[in-house]
Design a protein around this ligand. Structure first.
Ligand code: PEP
Ligand code: MN
Length: 331
């Protein structure tokens, strides 16, 4: 349920409503809007009896929230969320481009790729230091050494950094180095990680699991926001279907579907969807055309020697072409 405050409601009246909600055994989260503040009630199992709330000073009305997710729902927050990271805005009309290798492999590799993607117009550098790999024998990432390299990339290029935390322990370290903390598809329902991400001071890039419905993705985002971090960027990266011509099937319909029901920004990762670099440019164009707030693209200067995901990594020249070809769509 949402308690809508009057336009001229005072801060004291909002706080009194929150206290009353707590007395009822729930939690009240204030959601300031352009015109008025609303207080979202969370923690209730069934319908809430609003009789004590509607009579309070400053309260205009109460509205039932029909979706199981509350804080990430458009019902509670009609305006799109815009997340500011340094001087970059994510959501609300602009398209951000995040690019870089799947994994940080060495300082030379990361800096080489970073300078190139920066030159062609990327705003955020991606690269995993902690890698969730299907096989325990595959390269697992450089760990903290990789994070230190990413720090160097930021200082040398001015690019912001997105990198993955794979559990509720290494997120402590990742939070110190990253501008945006990625939670990967395999961890979309790692609830201890999601709860910890809810206490992070950095935005979270939450990737859709390859077997998750949109409602499940939004419930995972709700885990983060319900702990206090409302800076969540969603990412569609392909789901598993019977179709085997690509690594995953990019669900472009997820973009307008999510925009209809949630105010959170959503970007698209065409690389993990495609699995092959040949398809990355067309899928990127499709993503922007259907309204994605940005792209997360893998780029490698020497993909045949990449330690992970070389087949789907664009050559830098292809990334340049991508940036050129999406320019008018972005506008
Ligand atoms: C990645 O971004 O490198 C990655 C591991 O992606 P996903 O979690 O979508 O598989
Ligand atoms: Mn990858």
């Amino acid at each position: 349920m949402l308690v809508i405050m009057k336009n001229d409601a005072t801060e004291e009246q909002v706080q009194a409503v929150i206290r009353e909600i707590e007395n009822m055994g729930y939690r009240g989260i204030p959601m300031p809007g352009a015109q008025r503040t609303a207080v979202c009630i969370i923690g209730n199992q069934g319908p809430v009896d609003d009789s004590r709330l509607v009579v309070m000073e400053g309260v205009k009305e109460t509205v039932r929230v029909t979706k199981p997710y509350k804080l990430v729902s458009r019902e509670t927050h009609p305006q799109p969320t815009v997340i500011s990271v340094s001087d970059i805005k994510i959501g609300g009309g602009k398209t951000v481009v995040m690019a870089g290798p799947c994994a940080v492999e060495s300082e030379e590799q990361a800096l080489t790729i970073a300078h190139l993607v920066k030159k062609y117009g990327a705003q955020v550098f991606r690269g995993g230091a902690f890698k969730p790999r299907t096989s325990p024998y595959s390269f697992q990432g450089l760990g903290e050494e990789g994070l230190k390299i990413l720090d160097r990339v930021r200082r040398e290029t001015g690019l912001l950094i997105v990198t993955e935390a794979t559990d509720h322990i290494n997120i402590e370290l990742v939070e110190q180095y990253a501008d945006i903390i990625q939670i990967g598809a395999r961890n979309m329902q790692n609830y201890s990680l999601l709860r910890r991400a809810g206490h992070a001071t950095k935005p979270i890039l939450l990737k859709r699991s390859f077997a998750a419905t949109i409602e499940e993705l939004l419930m995972s985002a709700e885990y983060i926001t319900s702990e206090g971090n409302n800076q969540v960027i969603l990412c569609e990266r392909g789901i598993r279907t019977f179709s085997d011509n690509t690594r995953n099937t990019l669900d472009l319909s997820a973009i307008p579907s999510i925009k209809e029901v949630s105010h959170l920004p959503i970007i698209v990762d065409p690389s993990h969807a495609a699995g092959r670099r040949e398809y990355v440019i067309p899928l990127s164009k499709g993503a922007i055309a259907v309204g994605a707030d940005g792209l997360l693209v893998e780029v490698h200067h020497d993909p045949s020697h990449a330690l992970s995901d070389g087949m789907q990594s664009l050559y830098p020249k292809q990334f340049e072409k991508l940036m050129r070809e999406i320019e008018s769509l972005r506008r």
